[in-house]
Design a protein. Structure first.
Lengths: 320, 283
């Protein structure tokens, strides 16, 4: 009796445990499938498949007739053609100028604003809200507003210039090849400086006050505090914002579509607008060539972003 | 000594003054253009051409009526609200489930799958544009808000999964283990415990994707051709480039297209700023 009773609970227990193990393993993998399938389906159909097809297309001559596309493998010909395409080089130069100049406009300006706002008061909160507003607006809307500001007949900028007695500087800002691209870079700076400011404000506020005060007491000048203490301490955030800003500008499309459409004389053409024009607006039905431009640009963004991340990380390691 | 203090005070005043100057100048720089458009939206085109910088003393509200009714903006507004609203709901369900799986139910290769998805955050839209367009045409989803919405869910997915995953990863194991012992299924644990806890991260995803999609233009301009299916950013472009551009009405249209975001922003500005910054820095 006692022997039976002593065995059976243990046996029972063992059985139960194995049951649980089996059912747990089963429910575990079932749960993974259940949780992951919807996202993977969306991802595979609408992102992964198009990316792979685009890269495949970039090695093909692709002709589209209605629903069907006929792709014929032609190796690197599209890529070679891209290298000989003057408009592409112009678009690439414009985009790279944009992508490499914007971080040096938005981020220092954002930092300057963040430092002026550092002492938290009510007005700080209000200004933070106001300055952040442009980020929330569609680029299309921002583009139209700034096209009006730059308008040569009644635009705000020319009006302000004439009021300041600088009437000589008046020009058709977006209609002149020399001023069109810089004018648009100003627009993205207007849009994104407030955003950078908010993030930098959070980073700067995290620096312990004692550190800054003791530096001041030791007789450090403001700019010394900035270079020796503040900037080193917020370096990771600065690096992050740099990469973010860079990637964003490598993709600029909407703003140009709402203002210059790439003109005058390709002076504001970007790789994004050129790709879309070649793919959908020029009356060629060939899709291999635009696919090659788009794929190449994607490789370049990936490479530069990875290189920037590596460079920033290495610098940090050297310092600490 | 006294002199030193005086000069210090003077210098402090100067720096205070210059700081105030910067603050005021930048505020004008930011708000000026928006306020200018607001005044334009209440004037006729003739008035705008004659005196572009006056405050409209007799506001012309009919601009808004004309745009809303005659220029079909009511339609665009409803289209935008529908496609963005539904996409964001589907996105949150799909992304939070996947993010929970990546954070709490690891399997062989789950990190690789996650990294592949994460890398697409850098993807320029035009890379997927051509095959996507053909795909939508093939299945009759071109020129349809359903097709556009499906693409919207997919493009917001990588960033959303990333934000939600890092949130779920911080939740202590004990929480789900306790309910697992109580006999709760993974499915039940997720919906009853994890999903409600994730509200802060979900609201971040909600805000960021709502703004991104409400303002989205490239996919919409390629995939939508019918006027009746336009979203607001496409509607805004309707008058642009027209020789007889009706400035007053265009301005009214611009204001209509940014009003929902601005109202939400005024109500929840802290949440917006936090959400947008988190979304971007993490993304």
């Amino acid at each position: 009796m006692s022997s039976i009773s002593s065995i059976s609970p243990a046996k029972k227990h063992k059985n139960k445990l194995s049951d649980i193990l089996i059912s747990k393993k089963f429910t575990y993998s079932k749960a993974i499938i259940l949780f992951l399938t919807p996202a993977l389906l969306f991802y595979a159909v609408f992102i992964l498949y198009p990316v792979i097809e685009s890269i495949y297309y970039s090695f093909c001559k692709v002709e589209v007739f209605g629903v069907n596309a006929k792709a014929q493998f032609i190796g690197l010909k599209n890529y070679i053609d891209v290298f000989n395409d003057k408009v592409f080089w112009k678009a690439a130069a414009n985009t790279l100028i944009w992508a490499f100049s914007s971080p040096f406009l938005e981020i220092p300006l954002g930092l300057l604003l963040a430092l002026t706002l550092k002492k938290g008061t009510n007005i700080t909160k209000f200004l933070r809200v106001v300055w952040f507003t442009p980020v929330l607006m569609p680029q299309i809307v921002v583009g139209i507003i700034w096209a009006w500001i730059y308008n040569s007949e009644w635009g705000l900028l020319n009006e302000v210039l004439s009021k300041l007695g600088l009437g000589v500087l008046q020009t058709a800002w977006l209609g002149t090849p020399a001023t069109a691209l810089p004018s648009l870079i100003v627009v993205t700076t207007w849009m994104w400086t407030g955003f950078n400011m908010v993030i930098l404000l959070a980073a700067v506020s995290a620096i312990p006050n004692e550190l800054l005060e003791s530096a001041h007491i030791d007789g450090a000048k403001s700019y010394q505090v900035l270079y020796k203490i503040i900037i080193p301490m917020i370096k990771p955030v600065l690096a992050n914002l740099m990469i973010l800003c860079f990637i964003g500008k490598m993709k600029v499309f909407d703003l140009i579509w709402a203002t210059t459409l790439g003109g005058p004389m390709w002076s504001t053409e970007t790789v994004a607008t050129y790709t879309v024009k070649r793919a959908f607006y020029w009356s060629t039905f060939e899709k291999g060539y635009p696919s090659a431009i788009a794929s190449m640009w994607f490789y370049l963004i990936l490479i530069i972003s990875i290189a920037m991340t590596a460079a920033f990380n290495r610098k940090e390691k050297l310092e600490y | 000594m006294e002199q030193e203090i005086k000069s210090k005070g003077f210098r402090a005043n100067i720096s205070k003054l210059s700081i105030t100057f910067i603050l005021v100048l930048y505020t004008i720089f930011t708000l000026g253009p928006i306020l200018w458009v607001l005044t334009m939206s209440l004037k006729s085109t003739v008035d705008i051409r004659k005196s572009p910088y006056t405050i409209p003393l007799n506001p012309r509200w009919s601009n808004y009526y004309d745009v809303w009714v005659k220029s079909n903006y009511s339609r665009y507004f409803v289209n935008s609200a529908l496609v963005v609203g539904l996409s964001v709901i589907v996105l949150i369900l799909v992304a939070s489930m996947a993010a929970y799986c990546f954070a709490k139910l690891p399997f062989k290769g789950s990190n690789v799958v996650f990294m592949v998805i994460f890398t697409t955050i850098m993807l320029p839209s035009q890379v997927i544009l051509i095959p996507l367009f053909q795909l939508l045409v093939k299945y009759g989803l071109n020129n349809s808000l359903v097709g556009l919405g499906l693409v919207y869910v997919a493009v917001q997915l990588p960033m959303s999964v990333y934000i939600l995953r890092s949130f779920f990863a911080q939740i202590p194991k004990e929480l789900s283990e306790a309910s697992r012992i109580d006999g709760c299924s993974e499915w039940g644990i997720f919906w009853k415990i994890m999903f409600p806890i994730a509200t802060p991260a979900i609201s971040t995803v909600l805000i960021v994707s709502f703004i991104n999609l409400w303002n989205e233009f490239l996919f919409a301009v390629i995939f939508i051709q019918n006027d009746s299916k336009r979203t607001l950013p496409l509607g805004v472009m309707k008058f642009v480039g027209d020789v007889y551009e009706d400035l007053g009405r265009t301005a009214a249209g611009l204001i209509i297209s940014i009003i929902p975001v601005i109202i939400l922003y005024i109500l929840f500005s802290d949440k917006f700023i936090k959400g947008m910054s988190d979304g971007a820095v993490k993304g």
